[in-house]
Design a binder for this molecule. Structure first.
Ligand code: MTE
Ligand code: MO
Length: 375
């Protein structure tokens, strides 16, 4: 009788293909993990780290990389699992204590990888079939997966090096012909490149037409900028259009402010070209004009370096408020924007006023702002 692993006849179930795919995955997962941590810190700043306001477009790049490396990993991971699959059905399943430990580390690694890529792709598609809050689940799964990855790299370092050697000692590491292997790995690389092209247009405007999977097309939306949530969906239309709308600046200030839209328009305005960079991977740059938050803080007599909670008319949910750390609040380009591309903000972009600041995740660029609470 044949052993279970011998039913797999392709010679591509070999060490060298596994090694090449493993290295590619090691690189893409590491970049994805680090840019993901960065994004997590931007949204949930730990006490020991103030997310910097500069360079202005940095988050756009790091989050673009996060989504691109995650997307590229999908074909790489499927190919890697296919190559090594015979090992999963080999008998006996465990041959020694060391082997048992190495196998156990595969649970968080394989399970975590499939979970991360699955939930990530679902999030980019704005599809939430899972019962937990996406960022929390995705974040903790990333630590588990990276733990499994470190253990896996430790266990496989020498066999990977052997498989890549020109003449490996172990013949099972190299079974396919170089031509077959090149065709296979080339196909996997092409699949990876194709899914990247199909999503990258959400950030890289010239690729827009190629990007059939991109969630948003830069340039498509009111005032040439994409929209996730409309004013109607947020339930703020009446209050945003109300002539009684006010911007209140209060909290730790000498002189609280209560300003109408006309008051704000009468203050010195500043223009800045800044991107909206959504955590879901799309981004688009735009020309904003409005009152620098730091001018409003100075007018109210807030202490230099003060932190600010930005509150929206949309009170419920995660978008109701965002925070500016001292550095962000003091940056000249952190604006309470009244205009976009030379026109008053479209109501879906946050009319009468929205926050826009350099190097911030889109989710923190609060729309329909009504209050700046100084801490
Ligand atoms: N009040 C409020 N502000 C908000 C949002 C929102 O839904 N409500 N969406 C945020 C998100 S997730 C992003 S990416 C940017 C741009 O979102 P938009 O496409 O809905 O304008 O605005 C942010 N500000
Ligand atoms: Mo977003």
């Amino acid at each position: 009788m044949r052993a279970p692993e011998e039913r797999f006849e392709s010679k591509l179930h070999e060490g060298r293909s596994a090694a090449v795919l493993g290295i590619a995955l090691g690189v893409s997962f590491s970049v994805c993990f680090l840019t993901g941590l960065w994004s997590h810190f931007a949204q949930h700043p730990p006490s020991w780290f103030d997310f910097p306001a500069r360079p202005a477009g940095l988050y756009r790049v790091t989050q673009g990389l996060h989504v691109v490396t995650g997307t590229a990993s999908v074909p790489l991971l499927l190919a890697k699992l296919w190559v090594v699959f015979p090992h999963f059905v080999k008998l006996p399943p465990v041959r020694s204590v060391a082997h048992a430990i190495e196998r156990l580390a595969l649970l968080p690694l394989v399970g975590g990888s499939l979970f991360l890529l699955g939930t990530g792709v679902a999030n980019v598609a704005r599809w939430y079939p899972f019962p937990f809050y996406f960022p929390t689940g995705h974040y903790w799964a990333a630590w588990l997966t990276m733990g499994g990855l470190v253990a896996h790299i430790g266990a496989k370092l020498s066999i990977t090096a052997d498989a890549l050697r020109r003449v490996p000692a172990d013949p099972t590491l190299v079974r396919a012909t170089p031509t077959d292997r090149r065709a296979f790995l080339g196909g996997v690389a092409a699949a990876s490149g194709a899914v990247v092209l199909a999503t990258a247009g959400g950030t890289v405007a010239p690729l827009g037409d190629l990007s059939v999977l991109a969630q948003r097309e830069p340039g498509v939306g009111p005032q040439g900028l994409p929209i996730n949530q409309t004013a109607a969906a947020a339930g703020v239309v009446d209050r945003a259009r109300d002539r009684g709308w006010r911007l209140v600046v209060d909290g730790a200030v000498d002189q609280p402010l209560d300003l109408t839209l006309a008051d704000l328009r009468a203050l010195p305005q500043r223009e800045a070209v800044l991107p909206i960079a959504c955590v879901e991977g799309w981004s688009a740059s735009a020309r904003w004009r409005g009152v620098p938050v730091r001018d409003l803080l100075a007018l109210a007599g807030a202490a230099p370096g003060a932190e600010v909670v930005v509150r929206s008319l949309e009170e419920a949910g995660r978008y109701g408020s965002s925070e500016l750390n001292g550095g962000q609040a003091a940056d000249a380009d952190t604006l309470l924007a009244l205009e976009l591309g030379g026109e008053p903000l479209h109501i879906d972009h946050g009319y009468p006023a929205r926050l826009i600041g350099p190097n911030r995740p889109g989710v923190l660029q609060t729309k329909w702002v009504t209050r700046l609470e100084v801490r």
